[in-house]
Design a binder for this molecule. Structure first.
Ligand code: GDP
Ligand code: MG
Length: 164
């Protein structure tokens, strides 16, 4: 059956922008299920001859540091429980922060395949060097993308479908 791919990451890294870029307009909103505190958004996607279901796990954007961390952990746990492959999205403009490392630990322990995508690399020339610090997360090679400018998405999807 079709693999499920979940996008996980801190608020504001660009999860929904990436989701929309990959999903086009084939988006359906699914109501809350008990125990899940926010809507999850699903889309059916195709890359080459690979079909998959994409989930945007983000929701309400909290502003306290503690809430961000607990929500990220919850979100990562949902992704670990639900997804076959996880896209872990980080933000090259903000750099590697502690919450990224904590979620990376959870993802690594889950043994699920994780693709590490570094967003907001709007210019490869300008920002490529800044992507290397994400090797320190210990979950593989960072793949540079710009969800807003739709850069690097083909290469990212090529890497993603290798996990199917
Ligand atoms: P989410 O909270 O992770 O879902 O992030 P959003 O998709 O809502 O994006 C947060 C902010 O980052 C918005 O202002 C987006 O326009 C911006 N953003 C998303 N992707 C990019 C990108 O590739 N480059 C830049 N410069 N900004 C981006
Ligand atoms: Mg979002």
């Amino acid at each position: 059956s079709k693999p499920i791919v979940a996008i996980v990451g801190r608020p504001n890294v660009g999860k929904s922008t990436l989701f929309n870029a990959l999903a086009g307009d084939k988006i359906s909103i699914v109501k809350d299920t008990p125990g899940v505190t926010r809507d999850r958004i699903y889309a059916e996607c195709t890359w080459l001859d690979h079909h998959f279901t994409l989930i945007d796990t983000g929701g309400i954007e909290p502003d306290s540091k503690d809430v961000i961390l607990s929500q990220m952990r919850e979100q990562a746990q949902i992704a670990i429980d639900t997804a076959d492959v996880i896209i872990f999205l980080v933000d090259v403009r903000q750099g590697l922060v502690d919450a990224d490392a904590k979620v990376a630990d959870m993802l690594r322990r889950s043994k699920k395949p994780v693709l590490l995508a570094v967003n907001k690399v709007d210019s490869f020339q300008k920002f490529m060097a800044d992507t290397y610090e994400f090797y320190n997360l210990g979950i593989g090679d960072p793949v540079p993308v710009s969800a807003a400018s739709m850069l690097g998405l083909g290469d990212m999807l090529d890497e993603l479908v290798k996990y199917f």
